[in-house]
Structure formats: C-alpha cells, structure tokens
Design a protein around this ligand. Structure first.
Ligand SMILES: Nc1ncnc2c1ncn2[C@@H]1O[C@H](COP(=O)(O)OP(=O)(O)O)[C@@H](O)[C@H]1O
Ligand SMILES: CC(=O)OP(=O)(O)O
Ligand SMILES: [Mg+2]
Length: 410
C-alpha cells in the first residue's frame, strides 16, 4: 500500500511517501521512500524545495513562484521523475492523508474527504487563516494530479483535544458565544498525541498512568496537558494565534489591545496581519521568525533579539507551570518540533525554573544530537524527553485505519 502524506504548516509544506508491504500497521515508524519539504520562509516569492529518497538521493531547488498550488504540484512530480523518482506513476498511490489544522466542532475524528468535508475545511479557514487554506490547496493539488476518485483522508489537529473537560474549553465570555462555537479547540493534536504515545514507550510505562506536559515548539507553538493519554488542557484556543509566543504569532495578549486598535480605525484584516504575521519573534526582534537567526543575532549582541528570546522563555515557563497545575503533578515534560527538538538552550532555560521540584537535566544529554531520548538525570523525579514528532507517520496510520474501515463489509 502506497500512502502519500501532505503536512502543511504555517511556514512549510512537508510531504512523504510510505510504502507498506501489507495493510497492517508496523510497530515502529517505517522510513519513508521519499520525503520533500517546501520552505516559504526565506524570501518573498521564493520557495525552497528539498527532496530526499530512501536511497540517499538529495535534490534541492529554489523556485521563483507566488503559487503554492503550482509548487506542491511540482514537488509531487519529483516522485515519478528525475533522480528522486521512487514510483513509476503517481497512479500507484492508494491513499493520500492530509493534516488539516482546524476541524471546528464538526470533526472529532479523522475522516474520508468528500465535497462536504472540503466545504467545511474552507469554512473553518476563517478561524485558521494561515493553515486551512494551505491544507485545502494540498487536497485540490492532489485532485488535479490524481483525479477526484483517489482516496483522501483528513486528519485534524483539533481532534485530540475534542474531549477536554468543559472548564478547559469554555471562555469566560457571554454563554451565547460558546453556543455559537466560540470555544477553545486546541491544535497540534496529531503531534501531542504521537509524542505522548512515544513518551510512554521511552519511559516504559503505560500511557494510561502518566501525566505529561507535551511542548510542541515549532514555528507555531503549543503545550498540552496529557493525563492518562487524554488531552485535558492546551494553550492554543479558538484559533492557533493563542497561547505561547511563536515565530510570527503573538500568542495570548490583552484583548484590550484589539479594542484599542479597532477604536483607532484598524480593520479586521490589519489586526489579523499584526497578530498572526507581524508579531512573535519576528515582530519583537525585527530580524526573523526563525530561532536559528535569533540565536545568531543574540550571539552578535543584538538586544532586541535577546528581549524576544527572554519573553519567549518567560511565557513558556509560566504556561508549563499552568499545565502542571492542571495535571496536579507531572511525570515528564516532552519537547518536540523544530525548536523543541533542536534548541538545547531553550530546554535548559525552561527546565531551570522547575529545579524547585527536583527536576534536573544532564547537560551532555541535552546537547547530544539524536532525538527520542531522556535528557534528565537519573535522580530527577520529573523526566525530560526530546522526541522527534512524526506527524506524517501518525497521519499515515489514520489512512490505514480509515481505508480498512471503509472496506469492511456492512
Ligand atoms: N537547529 C535548530 N536550532 C534552533 N531552532 C531550529 C533548528 N532547526 C529548526 N529550528 C526552528 O524550528 C522552526 C520550525 O519548526 P517546525 O516544527 O518545522 O515548524 P512548522 O511545522 O510549524 O513549519 C524554525 O522556525 C526554527 O526556528
Ligand atoms: C496549528 C499550528 O500552529 O501549526 P504550525 O505549527 O504548523 O504552524
Ligand atoms: Mg509543524
């Protein structure tokens, strides 16, 4: 079974092809035959494409394009053409799984993509304006290339948080807002769920006995409080703008700022741009949304980059504290995604705040490269794990599950 996965984030489009001998789900994530990534963060109008195959072939190209759709189509051609070719024809693909960021209050589980599902994804774009349109573009690109008959599955970032207790979901606004779907949804659920399952494996404990704070720190950032395998709280909210400070998003601020901006004549579009695209690391530092560039600038003595870093750590620590309180304790803190997996200083600066609970990390293990490891000292009562998020593999597993369900005779 050939499964193609498209994972569109705010700054990148990641994709991979899994080839499975049987329809059974293997115990460990298999290596994808082909992996590709489009990065839009470098220059306006330039997409950086990187492709890697299981045989070690690497292909890299800069594309001058404004069209995300065209770029995705170009990326998919590398599956069947040139040195990165791994299949004879795209028609060999049995199923395509998509990460879909916002499923609203309609989708609590993965689903086969139909016209109705596409309409709903388009409708929820008003709540996730950076993400849902990119997710939909991926679905449309596949239809262009493989025709509308190909099986496509939507796996929602909101689904893992759908069962959170009502007190964690409801905003203290007039009750009618809740009745109209204005509530906390939470995101990065595919990642939070995957890393909590992986954490249980690494700790050699049953997930149903664990209290975990999972920290997904990428371009978008969020935490989840995972108790006995269930998300019971998370930092993102109605939209992925909420919670922690991020690459270009503000995270939580005072709603009074929005009221003030409106009174001073700013439009909704302008406010959206400020909070989603011109805030966070980019807005504060004036340099970049990318943690690597921020670290470089700090090294060169840039004070705004240092301020941006300090605000990021301050907010991150306080939200981790809040998640520990919600859990009434914690067995492990898990770091994942681009920043969480790579930025050893972020992990160290966060963890020192919890030394009063006995938490201690081993500096050498923290600075060590390979992921999926415990970086705490043996006597630390709270474990600290670095886990490579495998959203793509989690999506592929949902493709297997759903295609099997849909072929079971009724
Ligand atoms: N070696 C590194 N050191 C520090 N930060 C890194 C490193 N590699 C990647 N990052 C950070 O990870 C971020 C992207 O994370 P990722 O999870 O890929 O984001 P997304 O899926 O939201 O596009 C980048 O913005 C960058 O700041
Ligand atoms: C939901 C979200 O913020 O996703 P990403 O981190 O991919 O931008
Ligand atoms: Mg991501």
């Amino acid at each position: 079974m050939e499964i193609l996965v498209l994972n569109a984030g705010s700054s990148s489009q990641k994709s991979c092809l899994y080839s499975l001998k049987e329809d059974a789900i293997p115990l460990h994530p298999p290596a994808p035959l082909w992996e590709a990534q489009i990065d839009w963060t470098h220059h306006q109008g330039v997409a950086e494409l990187k492709v890697k195959t299981i045989n070690g072939v690497v292909f890299q190209e800069e594309l001058n394009t404004q069209s995300r759709l065209e770029t995705v189509e170009y990326m998919l051609q590398t599956l069947q053409q040139g040195e990165t070719k791994v299949i004879d024809s795209l028609a060999e693909i049995d199923c395509v799984g998509h990460r879909v960021v916002h499923g609203g209050d309609k989708y609590h589980d993965s689903t086969l993509i139909t016209k109705e599902v596409k309409d709903a994804i388009a409708d929820f774009a008003k709540f996730a304006p950076v993400h849902n349109p990119a997710n939909l573009e991926g679905i449309v690109a596949i239809e262009h290339i493989l025709g509308e008959k190909v099986t496509q599955v939507a796996v929602f970032d909101t689904a893992f948080h759908a069962q959170m207790p009502e007190a964690a979901i409801v905003y203290p606004l007039p009750y009618e807002f809740y009745e109209h779907g204005i509530r906390r949804y939470g995101f990065h659920g595919i990642s939070h769920q995957y890393v909590s399952q992986r954490a249980a494996q690494i700790l050699d404990k049953d997930l149903t006995s664990l209290k975990l704070v999972t920290c997904h720190l990428g371009n978008g950032c969020s935490l989840a409080a995972v108790k006995n395998g269930y998300s019971i709280d998370t930092t993102m909210g109605f939209t992925p703008t909420a919670g922690l400070m991020m690459g270009t998003r503000s995270g939580d601020t005072d709603p009074g700022i929005i009221i003030d901006l409106l009174r001073r004549g700013h439009t909704g579009e302008q406010i959206d741009d400020i909070f989603n695209r011109r805030s966070g690391f980019l807005g504060l530092s004036g340099i970049s949304a990318d943690m690597r560039k921020i670290e470089e600038a700090i090294g060169q003595g840039n004070s705004r980059a240092k301020l941006a870093y300090d605000v990021y750590i301050h907010i991150l620590r306080s939200f981790i504290g809040a998640m520990i309180a919600t859990l009434e304790g914690v067995d492990a803190i898990v770091f994942t995604a681009g920043v969480g997996e790579n930025a050893a200083n972020v992990r160290a600066d966060v963890c020192t705040s919890f030394a009063f609970l006995g938490l201690k990390i081993d500096e050498e293990k923290n600075n060590h490269r390979p992921v999926d490891r415990d970086i705490s000292t043996p006597d630390s009562p709270i474990k600290v794990l670095v886990i490579h998020t495998q959203e793509d593999w989690a999506i592929a597993q949902e493709c297997i599950r759903l295609t099997q369900l849909s072929t079971v005779p009724s």
